[in-house]
Design a protein around this ligand. Sequence first.
Ligand SMILES: [Zn+2]
Length: 109
Amino acid sequence: MAAGSQSLGVGELEACLNCGRDVGSKARECPHCGENLRELKAELKEDARRERIRQEKEEERHAKQLLASTVVDDDEGGGVMGYLIFFMIFVVGKVILYYTTGSFIIPRR
Ligand SMILES: [Zn+2]
C-alpha cells in the first residue's frame, strides 16, 4: 500500500464517486484520483435535495392540473369523459327515439 492510501481504511469501503474504486467512506479525498469526496458528496446531496423539491413541486402542479381537468375539458381525462358522455347521450337518444317512433328494437306485442 502506498503512503497516500492511509485514508483508504477509514470507515466502510465504498466506490469512489469519481473513479469508482474502493475508498473508505470517511476519507476526505480519493487516494486513487484525488477527488475531494466530501465536496462531491455534499454536491450530490444538494443536487438530490433540489431534485426532490423540484419533483414535489411538479407533482403538486400535476395534481392541481388533474383537479382542474376533471371540471374543465382537458386533453386526456376530459377527452375520455367527453366521449363517454357523448356515447351515453347517443344511446339514450336512440332508445327514446325507438320508444317514441314505435320502433325496431322493441318487439311489438
Ligand atoms: Zn477516485
